[in-house]
Design a protein around this ligand. Structure first.
Ligand SMILES: [Zn+2]
Length: 284
């Protein structure tokens, strides 16, 4: 037990910032992989070597514990205030040449995977400059891991956050009687409550969302994020529908799980199909 303690400690650190939990990322990566064309899948397999997509999808969170990778922290999220749109924020950050947020990071990783020589050189320079090694010794594996991770991140409704409450990290709630912050209910607990493996969960999501696959694949990353902003408002507006008498905290249980599990499934499905559509386009 003791031997595992330092590792557990490291693994809890990234939860201070927005993200799906490990299984949320694996579910999205599995749906993506299952929807690749033969050609795209061959290229993904070749880039990843002995690793597989669901496995590397969590790597961008694990490396947050290493200071060399600090420059990638802003790549995981975007702050959009209630009076702003994603397009407003994108316009502001576009004036700065740095990669400031998840929207720009997704575009950057897409360019790297598409073979854009300027983007590939920039990525190589960034890794060298910060003295960090690419995943599996490969620029493509690194970009794949970041892309599949970030596409999932932006589909998490509390991920395109209002900065005041750190995307729900500062809001304490009761979930089936236990105290959690709202963010972890959304990125982990609703998924874990189903007690399915990530492959079983991916299969359920696929069954429940298949019909909408084609519509979802068409939308742009700004649309993905704007959808998250709209859902975020639903999450905040329904938070106090049931409160615990003793503590006054939001009391989230079976009703909440019943209402929001389909939305979690939709977001995971949309992320998986959309990531597949991007990879099928650039890895042809
Ligand atoms: Zn993340």
């Amino acid at each position: 037990m003791l031997r595992h303690f330092p590792l557990l400690f490291l693994l809890t650190l990234p939860q201070l910032l927005p993200a799906w939990g490990a299984n949320g990322h694996r579910i999205v990566a599995q749906i993506c992989y299952d929807n690749l064309t033969d050609q795209a899948r061959e290229k993904v397999d070749a880039a990843l070597g002995d690793n597989y997509l669901a496995q590397v999808s969590t790597w961008p969170d694990y490396i947050r514990a290493e200071s060399g990778w600090d420059f990638t922290h802003p790549w995981h999220y975007m702050t959009v205030q209630p009076d702003e749109t994603v397009a407003d924020v994108a316009r502001q950050t576009a004036t700065d040449p740095a990669i400031d947020d998840v929207n720009e990071a997704i575009a950057f990783m897409t360019d790297v995977l598409a073979g854009d020589s300027e983007a590939r050189q920039r990525m190589t320079d960034l890794l060298q400059q910060h003295d960090v090694d690419p995943l599996a010794g490969s620029l493509d594996a690194t970009a794949l891991a970041f892309l599949i991770h970030f596409v999932a991140d932006v589909h998490m409704p509390l991920h395109v956050g209002k900065n005041r409450d750190l995307g729900g990290n500062r809001i304490t709630v009761l979930f089936f009687g236990e105290r959690y912050n709202l963010h972890s209910v959304w990125d982990t607990q609703i998924i874990e409550q189903e007690r399915l493996s990530y492959t079983e969960f991916a299969n359920f999501v696929t069954m429940h969302t298949r019909a909408r696959r084609a519509d979802w694949a068409e939308a742009s990353p700004e649309t993905w994020m704007q959808e998250s902003v709209a859902l975020r408002e639903v999450v905040y507006n329904t938070l106090y529908d049931n409160t615990d008498r003793e503590t006054g905290l939001p009391d989230l249980g079976y009703d909440y799980q019943h209402d929001f599990l389909p939305i979690v499934e939709e977001r995971l499905g949309a992320a998986g199909y959309r990531a597949a559509a991007v990879l099928n386009r650039v890895l042809n």
